[in-house]
Design a binder for this molecule. Structure first.
Ligand SMILES: [Zn+2]
Length: 134
């Protein structure tokens, strides 16, 4: 790999652009909320944002039409439970765990948008705990 390819600033910039692209191609009902991830200035704001984002995604989920009314696939990444014949995640508990990352594999879309949120907290120059300027 070339030195240019390994340049940390370049990689950081490219990650940011890739994450912003994910936001721009996310479903319309959550796009503006995802765009606001970059406005988080404290851990509290970030966790509040995450709660609102998860709630908005849960609203978008549609029941799986296979007799399993309490199951749904992730509206962001299309994944479902890895359990055989599950027909999606148990709704809402399993889908919530997928979005929060409390399951084996966090939603890859949420993970990247959450990364924007956390990076914004650190870039804000605020104390991450209180949200007040350092
Ligand atoms: Zn997902």
């Amino acid at each position: 790999m070339t030195r240019r390819a390994m340049d940390p600033e370049r990689l950081e910039r490219e990650l940011y652009v890739a994450r912003r692209t994910i936001v721009e191609i996310s479903p319309e009902p959550v796009r503006d909320l995802f765009r606001s991830a970059i406005l988080c200035g404290s851990i509290r704001e970030a966790t509040d944002w995450e709660r609102r984002a998860i709630d908005a995604v849960l609203v978008m989920a549609e029941p799986v039409d296979n007799g399993l009314a309490d199951h749904a696939y992730c509206p962001l990444c299309g994944r479902g439970s890895s359990a055989p014949y599950s027909g999606g995640f148990v709704y809402p508990e399993g889908l919530t765990r997928h979005l929060e990352g409390r399951s084996a594999r966090r939603c890859p879309v949420m993970e990247q948008v959450w990364g924007l949120c956390i990076d914004a907290v650190w870039a804000s120059g605020n104390d991450p705990r209180s949200g007040t300027p350092l």
